[in-house]
Write a protein that binds this ligand. Structure first.
Ligand code: AMP
Length: 460
């Protein structure tokens, strides 16, 4: 069904066309008519599903033209990056309207935001803290028509729920509320219950599902060899751009430093960096100036960069939800991507928690020709997903040298480094069990996994 059939106005359709979208995504198909009808909505959708346009498009249409009466739409976001990104979407999609959108977040001066608020805006996209500052200065929402609470689960994680509740209380009770959360634990259900009025539920896919266009793998390794393995993976992988996750800011800095020493062009994104540094990092990564970006979970929340070919989890993420979000940074908008996770024996139980959460086992891989130090690994319990390659894998456990004949990013076993700035080697998609360029078999994961794991378990 084309966008036109959803009842969108010509100036909005022109905005869509300018963005290069041809067909609505599933969440857009379901959410746009609901929002246009003025109904409250509670939605869960995977990252990268087109959720932003699903609410921005019908909101822009409902607003019509700029009004000097006051703010009519407020969108709350958990992070600055996400807020900036969503405001950009409003501007891009609404480029053939005269509507005004403003992003309000901390980390930058108050001057510009204050001036724009005085000048009058239709849409504010904000993080809670800075918005409350302006509310303290007299910003009011008497004229508000639509409130969007986005990524509410992340707001809960970040301790923003009390702020969010204060902001909701400052909004008129007669309004439309759109509520997005990947998971709905009791605290969030309570907020939804008081913020929403007879909401329509829109669930696209299962919120626990990993983006289907992403292939993922675990790389067991001893802690002391993690960085070495990261370098080897980068050297043997045909990547466009790589996002590396670290659990901590300090860890992110350290990984970036060591990668630079190894001649990679690297950007870093975490909360201790100034807003200017964060923008520079993101822009540099988008433009290709940096082929690698190292980020923490929170900072990376809003990263929407087309063409991230690989996500590498240097640490196993703190929560299974973070795994899904991290993986969702690649494979966006139906593009393919790969996600590697470096796992130490100590992290095995967290890996199993992830597998239980996403309902599938993730193949364990070993990089050929990498000199693994012996380390011991607790045997996987046979009744759990991922144990010895048995589990409910929906992807099969084989080595993925190719994506069904499409673009392939898997590490080139036995090959040499080919990054974005180097000449690419042509290679045929590897088949499980087929000889690798280095003459060793490219792993058929379950067999390799069993062999590898049993060797590890034996300490060999
Ligand atoms: P989101 O889930 O809102 O973060 O969007 C993920 C990516 O999908 C963004 O880069 C959007 O620009 C892109 N996108 C959104 N809607 C569509 C569509 N209908 N067709 C193609 N790409 C889209």
């Amino acid at each position: 069904m084309p966008f036109k059939a959803l009842g969108l106005a010509p100036n909005i359709l022109r905005g869509i066309q300018a963005m290069g979208y041809t067909d609505p995504t599933p969440i857009q198909l379901r959410a746009i008519p609901t929002v246009l009808a003025g109904k409250d909505l509670i939605g869960s959708a995977q990252t990268g599903t087109g959720k932003t346009a699903a609410f921005a498009l019908p909101i822009l249409q409902r607003l019509g033209v700029h009004s000097a009466r006051g703010v009519r739409v407020l969108v709350l976001e958990p992070t600055r990056e996400l807020a900036a990104q969503v405001e950009t979407s409003f501007r891009d999609l609404g480029r053939f309207t005269d509507l005004r959108a403003l992003v309000v977040h901390g980390g930058v001066g108050y001057g510009h935001q204050r001036t724009e608020l005085r000048r009058g805006v239709d849409v504010i996209v904000a993080t809670p803290g800075r918005l409350l500052d302006f509310m303290g200065e007299g910003l009011r929402f008497d004229t508000l028509e639509v409130l969007v609470l986005d990524e509410v689960d992340r707001m809960l994680d970040m301790g923003f729920l009390p702020d969010v509740k204060r902001i909701i209380h400052a909004c008129p009770t007669k309004r439309q509320t759109l509520f997005f959360s990947a998971t709905v634990p009791p605290e969030i259900a309570a907020v939804a219950a008081f913020a929403l009025h007879q909401p329509v539920r829109v669930e696209v896919g299962v919120s626990r599902a990993v983006v289907q266009t992403v292939k993922h793998a675990m790389y067991p390794v001893a802690q002391v060899q993690k960085f070495e393995l990261l370098l080897a993976l980068l050297a043997r992988t045909d990547f466009d751009s790589v996002l590396i996750f670290s659990r901590t800011k300090h860890g992110a800095d350290r990984i970036a430093r060591r990668l630079r020493t190894a001649n990679h062009s690297v950007a870093v994104l975490h909360a201790n960096r100034s807003q200017n540094q964060r923008v520079e990092a993101l822009e540099g990564f988008k433009s290709g100036k940096y082929e690698v970006m190292v980020a923490t979970d929170i900072a990376a929340r809003g990263i929407d960069v087309a063409g991230i070919s690989h996500v590498i989890n240097y640490d196993v993420p703190a929560t299974p939800e973070d795994y899904v979000h991290r993986i969702g940074r690649t494979g966006r908008a139906q593009a393919v991507g790969d996600a590697f996770t470096l796992t130490t024996p100590e992290e095995e139980s967290e890996v199993r928690a992830i597998e239980r959460f996403i309902g599938q086992s993730v193949p364990r891989q070993k990089l050929d020709a990498f000199d693994y130090a012996p380390f011991t690994l607790r045997p996987a319990r046979p009744d759990q997903p991922g144990a010895g390659g048995r589990g409910r894998s929906s992807r099969g456990g084989g080595y993925r040298g190719g994506h069904g004949g499409g673009r392939s990013h898997g590490p080139q076993h036995g090959g040499h480094g080919v990054g974005r700035h180097q000449e690419r080697r042509q290679r045929a998609p590897a088949q499980p069990g087929a000889p690798s360029p280095g003459g060793r078999p490219v792993s058929a994961a379950p067999a390799l996994q069993r062999g590898f794991l049993s060797r590890l378990i034996r300490g060999g």
